[in-house]
Ligand binder design. Sequence first.
Ligand SMILES: [Zn+2]
Ligand SMILES: [Zn+2]
Length: 412
Amino acid sequence: MKKIYSNIRGTSDFDTFDSFIFSRICKKARSAFNIFGYQEIILPILEEKGLFAKGVGQVTDIVQGQIFELKGKDIVLRPEGTAQVIRYYIQNSLHKKSDFHKFFYIGPMFRRERPQKGRFRQFHHIGAEAIGSDSIYLDVEVIMLALKISAECGIKDTELKINSLGCADDKRKFSEYIKKSLKPATLCAACKTRSTHQALRVLDCKRPECIKAVKDLNLGQNSLCQACQEQFKKLRSILDDAGVKYTSVPTLVRGLDYYTNTVFEITSSKLGSQDAVGAGGRYNNLMKTLGGPDIPAIGFALGLERMLIALGSKDFKQKPDIFVATIDKTTVAKGFEILTRLREADLSCVFEYQQKTLKAQLRSAQKKGIRFVVIVGEDELKEGSVILKDMDKSVQTKVKIDNLILEIEKIS
Ligand SMILES: [Zn+2]
Ligand SMILES: [Zn+2]
């Protein structure tokens, strides 16, 4: 029996439309990164497992059970980009070249999660890391950049959520307080375990019993030391001055160990329970943890698949502008020559290679939503002309071949 292969569960085959939107998102993102002065880096998909155990955290969900590992090799498919960018930075002693670096990356990440809407085993991140400054203005820059990319891509109804986890000291004290205050008996099964070694994660849990338990804790920003409280206040006032709307959410902690101080999340109402389009935060201690110099940094990642879902099926234009149709065999050669000339002028056009009737070619152009059809017929060719048909307006005119490009540019 013949076996029909399918794609692996939790991965996606992007069809031509989704691939078009995917590229469009990348294009918009690259343009926003350029405006903000971030430079692209392309890093490998394979990394050492230890990098993430140490960087992301040994007891995090990712490292505990979601990493795709090559059997017996301690090599993994990268589950996220930040630890990797920092590995790259340390490996190349980039701090000796400049004291400030701004990178971005676009690429696939892998996590062995239960596939559901908005959650995949292979997914794509558009991420940025700004390394070398502790300025709160940089926090605002990074937040505004993430917002700009999602807005430029056409994602509406987003909400910005912010919080401060405080410095490492504050975070530890806060975590101890949560651990002490939560009653494990009131929590979901997963959080019962989390509450001992990863108490902050309980704040993230979407189970109703955990939401209630967390609500009863009545959290504020009181867990922060004076300096961190002031810093968070400053962040909010700069956002206010910049006219950026946000909600301050004391339970926003993010699932990774390396975050300190500012954390943020951009959510969309279009996404359902996995509602984050992207998220980020400061990770001032990660570089040190991974054996590098003591250099502060902040970053974010947007989920490309989440962005696709949030965008829905919008009417994006993905079609050539011109169809070159030929009347019969005798005009094919000239038709192909005109096609080549149009393409040399960077006009998007297609050609019929299967020798169909003119009627069939016009039908095909209409089906594809192509606006202009250039009809190459013997009689017109004798005068050095072709017929230019505007499908939208249902009008056609005879145009000299030498004027064709100018004519199309004039009316399109
Ligand atoms: Zn502090
Ligand atoms: Zn829970």
